[in-house]
Design a protein around this ligand. Sequence first.
Ligand code: ATP
Ligand code: ZN
Length: 298
Amino acid sequence: MSEKRLKIAVQKSGRLSDATLDVLKRCGLRINQSKNKLITHVKNMSIDILFVRDDDIPGLVMEGVVDLGFVGDNIMQEVSLQRAKFGEQAEFRQLISLDYGNCRLSIATTEEDVFTSIKDLEGTRIATSYPYSLGRYLDEQGVSAKIVHLTGSVEVAPRAGLADAICDLVSTGVTLEANGLREDEVILRSSATLVQRPIIEDETRQELIDRLIVRINGVMQAKESKYIMLHAPADKVDAIIDLLPGSETPTVLPLAGSEQQVAIHAVSKETVFWETMESLKQLGGSSILVLPIEKMLA
Ligand code: ATP
Ligand code: ZN
């Protein structure tokens, strides 16, 4: 029975863990989280969650050991290149690009170095945890450099005399700056992504995946969207609707005891800025409310 349960791999502890569990919980999965356990059975659905290192997720998905994985694009790409090189199965299906885990894989040199183009790195040593992604990029650019493979502390490599440049993940750039490095060239942009193993034979499991995809998309949309309610002069309805960002077919309702005023309700797929609210007020809008949306199903 238990092998019929859908298996989802998530990062055990790291930058993607909290956001991933948050998405799954918002999708209605009751997860009793005990982070020291490798596997957790979801109480209310036929799903098991596996907590593993992010580097192991692509292989587990590609080998079909798990059905789904939440992981960074960067790791998917790196492991795909590596596995393809060794003739191992490297197929997977990318299902949803998620809105967290945003970062870029960049080449950085020390602040004292002059960098005009990637060609300047010809004949240098570049330290990275992403040897395959970097190798491919250098090949594409026709640059030959020595790749120094480090699994951690890449940013200290130039200062330690291990390399002339680095290729590492950057989000804010604070770590680079703290180590006297300057971001010179972005080689890949990444975010968290939901991936599926190449083939799901079992129809029930595929149906469960499809339901989950609809829910995850709903969670993503809800996070971006807002519900706007306001009172408006009846003769300004069109002008007010034009101002509401990214909203489709708002609802216009009569207000009890007033001929001149109506209520407008709308879902906005974008952030509602203070400036928009001020413009709504200038058009005669009042009692303007902007509310978060918890779930959405189109
Ligand atoms: P594990 O123990 O699971 O191997 P890790 O140390 O390799 O963890 P984390 O640092 O938790 O991994 O990063 C996980 C993912 O978060 C990265 O692969 C990347 O997709 C994303 N990420 C977002 N911003 C950054 C950043 N500034 N530095 C590193 N990773 C980032
Ligand atoms: Zn890792």
